[in-house]
Design a protein around this ligand. Structure first.
Ligand SMILES: Cc1ncc(COP(=O)(O)O)c(C=O)c1O
Length: 373
């Protein structure tokens, strides 16, 4: 009998889904990882035009259409002062596929992958799928990842360490000094730094810098996406960039697993990247206002929460039983342990809902908090 592969048997369906299933239909969902804004019209139009003209009918080149890869490179030049060759960009099916091909291309069976704990659920799962060994590391009090912790965790078997800023599930933003350190560590230890920057444009305080800006070797690979910045999670369009030799290896996985990102989505992404950016600024302003409402609410309840400086998540400390109690009252939040052992005692709260809904949810969280205290 054909048995299931060991790699896949080590992975389970995300704990987040279980929480959604436990909640009633009318529940307020503070568990979602997607912005509650429409995809900008000009992005939609980009896809519509490509569909009408027939341009979206066929495979594109494996890396994606040249004009999209140029648009991505232009964004790095304009926003981050980083020189990216459009030839060294692969358009992928979301940031998810980009993370997958990066790990497949760089991790051998038994090699270790270091990532933040709590951290985005895919790092652990994709490490297993690549045959690697997850090495989750705890975070600082403010929920950023300390470069010193990463450096201490590196062994001869380490293939990759993952940096994610702004971060899911914490909303933490690494300082430019930390990013410089991550680059130094990648250079010094000759280990790949995989920098997941899908939230790079959703920053309220501090500054997003990529380790790519600081590295002296080609030991940094960057993952980006339209998903969060342009509220395009359904379009499945992300990318990965790195040195030519690394891109060539990742392309081998992409070519056989995916062939190319969906053509219509590539055209939508190009339009999103090259068109007006005001929808992004408006969305970021709205997230910041909601974050402030949420933090005020936590303070009134008496819950401690490091100030999230980006993305649209907060990770307060919560007492035992809080998550179940809140879900029973009709508010979906995700237990911190869904993101790793060190997430225990926290909950991830996504504020991709309007202020009124957020206030209603805070009232219910207050009731839940009192009920178990
Ligand atoms: C940190 C992080 N990286 C990558 C992704 C994947 O994004 P995409 O929807 O582009 O695949 C997500 C999605 O939630 C995320 O939170």
């Amino acid at each position: 009998m054909t048995d299931f592969s060991h790699r896949v048997e080590q992975v389970s369906i995300s704990g987040i889904r279980e929480v959604f299933e436990a909640a009633g239909e009318d529940a307020i969902n503070l568990g979602l990882g997607q912005p509650d804004f429409p995809t900008p019209d000009h992005a939609r139009e980009g896809a519509i035009e490509a569909i009408r003209s027939g341009e979206a009918d066929a495979y594109t080149t494996n890396k994606g259409i040249e004009s999209l890869r140029e648009a991505i490179a232009d964004r790095y030049a304009r926003d981050s002062d980083i020189d990216v060759d459009p030839g060294d960009v692969i358009a992928t099916a979301g940031g998810s596929e980009a993370l997958h091909i990066a790990l497949e291309a760089h991790v051998d069976p038994g090699e270790e992958v270091i990532f933040p704990d709590p951290g985005f659920v895919s790092y652990d799962a994709l490490t297993h799928i690549a045959g690697g060994e997850p090495n989750p590391v705890p975070l600082r009090e403010d929920l950023t990842m300390d470069p010193a912790t990463v450096e201490a965790a590196i062994t001869d078997d380490t293939a990759v360490f993952v940096v994610n800023s702004p971060a899911n599930p914490t909303g933490a933003v690494q300082s430019p000094e930390d990013m410089r350190e991550f680059a130094r560590i990648a250079d010094r230890h000759d280990v790949l730094c995989l920098s997941d920057e899908v939230y790079e444009h959703i920053v309220f305080e501090g500054e997003h810098r990529s380790p790519l800006a600081f590295a002296e070797t080609d030991n940094v690979v960057v993952v980006g996406a339209c998903s969060k910045t342009y509220s395009m999670t359904g379009w499945r369009l992300g990318w990965v960039t790195g040195s030519t030799r690394r891109v060539e290896r990742m392309l081998r996985v992409h070519q056989y697993g995916q062939a190319c990102a969906t053509a219509a989505a590539q055209h939508a992404a190009e339009a999103a990247l090259t068109g007006p950016q005001d929808p992004v600024a408006e969305m970021v302003d709205a997230f910041e206002r909601r974050r402030d409402v949420l933090l005020d609410g936590f303070a009134d309840i008496g819950m401690d929460c490091p100030t999230p400086k980006g993305a649209f998540y907060a990770m307060p400390e919560v007492p035992e039983g809080f998550v179940d109690e809140v879900i029973d009252r009709g508010v979906v939040v995700v237990p911190g342990e869904a993101f790793g052992e060190h997430g225990r005692g926290h909950a991830r709260i996504s504020y991709a809902v309007d202020v009124e809904t957020l206030k209603e949810a805070l009232g219910l969280m207050d009731d839940a908090y009192r009920a178990i205290r």
